[in-house]
Design a protein around this ligand. Structure first.
Ligand SMILES: CC(C)(COP(=O)(O)OP(=O)(O)OC[C@H]1O[C@@H](n2cnc3c(N)ncnc32)[C@H](O)[C@@H]1OP(=O)(O)O)[C@@H](O)C(=O)NCCC(=O)NCCS
Length: 178
């Protein structure tokens, strides 16, 4: 796939947090289900924003999460958030293109590659995991396309906003040359 020159990955800032939260709160039931998210477990917008803002104020080594905004020609089209960060070791990544009509057009695979490089650099991690719902085809295909290696599938509750589900765990090791 040819590189897309207009793609930029940058750190998520306070001004972007509303779009991230609205993405979940405004999502259809079907979209949340596909992602394995339980609407009843979403924090209120206010509580969620307060939590993210507090985290943004911490030094990078003490963050519970770290997120990137995906921009196409200067416009936010998606984001990638990490959690379960063990600084210097590993983190788990999530992938989201905001608008359905901009999915499945080759952007995700490109952004994942750019995001992985940023996560390795900023979080100084050795390995990056992603663990989507096993039945959610798009992220599973995208991770494979971006060079992630399949590890295993298991039944779990992968995060605080998720219901119990079968997930697939993928990993990307830090490239040798930095
Ligand atoms: C996951 C997501 C970021 C992937 O980005 P994308 O731009 O749609 O993916 P791409 O167009 O780059 O496609 C990458 C690969 O996935 C495949 N793919 C993407 N969407 C697909 C779909 N809905 N069904 C089947 N395959 C799909 C593409 O065909 C391509 O496969 P290939 O390598 O065989 O050519 C995006 O689909 C999305 O935001 N989905 C909703 C949110 C979500 O489910 N997130 C996962 C939570 S971790």
């Amino acid at each position: 796939m040819a590189a897309l020159p207009d793609l930029v990955v940058r750190e998520m800032q306070s001004a972007d947090v509303g779009a991230r939260i609205d993405y979940f709160h405004d999502a259809t039931d079907e979209h949340l289900r596909t992602m394995g998210v339980d609407r009843g477990l979403l924090p209120t917008k206010e509580a969620w924003r307060a939590r993210i803002e507090a985290d943004l104020a911490r030094p990078i080594r003490e963050r519970t999460g770290y997120a990137l905004v995906w921009e196409l020609a200067g416009r936010m089209v998606g984001f990638s958030a990490t959690d379960q960060i063990e600084f210097g070791k590993q983190a788990f990544m999530h992938l989201h293109i905001l608008r359905p009509e901009e999915r499945h057009a080759g952007l995700g695979a490109e952004f994942v590659t750019l995001s992985a490089a940023a996560f390795f650099r900023v979080l100084e991690i050795e390995r990056l995991f992603c663990e989507p719902n096993a039945l959610n085809v798009a992220p599973n295909r995208t991770l494979q396309r971006a060079g992630f290696r399949y590890l295993f599938s298991h039944e779990t509750i992968p995060g605080p906003i998720n219901f119990r589900q079968v997930t697939t765990r993928w990993v990307l090791e830090r490239p040798e040359s930095r």
